[in-house]
Design a protein around this ligand. Sequence first.
Ligand SMILES: NC(=O)c1ccc[n+]([C@@H]2O[C@H](COP(=O)([O-])OP(=O)(O)OC[C@H]3O[C@@H](n4cnc5c(N)ncnc54)[C@H](O)[C@@H]3O)[C@@H](O)[C@H]2O)c1
Length: 283
Amino acid sequence: MSAPAAPLAGKVALITGAARAQGRSHALRLARDGAAIIAVDICAHIGSLDGFYDLATPEDLAETVRLVEEAGGRIHAAQADVRDIDALTDAVNAGVDKFGRLDIVVANAGIFTFGEATHEVSEDAWRELMDVNVTGVWHTYKAAAPHLLAAGAGGSVIIIASLAGFKGLANVAAYTTTKHAIVGLMKVLANELGPHGIRVNTIHPNSIDTPMVKNTRTYRLFRPDLEEPKAEDAEAAFAGLNPMGKAWIEPEHVSNAVAWLAGPESYYVSGGQIPVDGGASIQ
Ligand SMILES: NC(=O)c1ccc[n+]([C@@H]2O[C@H](COP(=O)([O-])OP(=O)(O)OC[C@H]3O[C@@H](n4cnc5c(N)ncnc54)[C@H](O)[C@@H]3O)[C@@H](O)[C@H]2O)c1
């Protein structure tokens, strides 16, 4: 028996951090699989990322809308910060008003800072990571839950963790703590939502080809000998982080896992931690 062409036809998916990179790729994939998309992104800068990388822009979010519509999909997009429960709830409610229901949640928005010994991490950097990567994921679920439960038709909550949710990465304390924390949240939710037929899992990517890691600051981690290292200068070091020798995995491979967890073929997969990392977690 072959898989249906549109396994998510009639479903609605909320995706945070959908303006670019992995979030945009998930939006496109789930739309191609038939889901209507509620896309949320901050589209603004966050202070502790100064000197690391910039977040998405309103133009990026508009491009996600254009691409989804070009692919024949339906999308409601809103600028909202996952730290702001009121703004996020308004965005989710507006999307549900438009599409009538909510079945799938992809808690993807996140930020990444690193580089100091744990006792040297600043108060602001620590707090912003906790607020976005942990509280933001809880908020995403909190805003979605009434609609998910009201649909009464099962569903799938997919939380984007990281290799840092498996390992204890030295000099990456705050980020690593956040990605372990959301695994705890996933396990609680898998227990709470199982009786409703709603499944909850984390995905653990490593070194994905996005602005979060494709930037000078991250390259310099591996090439401190260079003032302005480029991707090619750091490529061999990144490739050495997993047994498959892949420096930066394309976002579409993470989207494949998202689509599988969102769809009917993963029914009874709940409480799982799915790596998309070329084997990095066991290296
Ligand atoms: N890139 C990697 O190598 C990698 C590896 C493991 C895990 N991850 C995780 O994957 C997820 C997606 O990251 P990405 O690689 O696409 O990075 P990215 O920085 O390109 O995308 C993240 C998106 O989230 C948005 N965002 C950030 N803070 C937000 C907030 N407070 N509210 C709403 N939106 C917000 C950004 O504007 C951006 O569009 C993150 O959770 C990240 O931690 C990434």
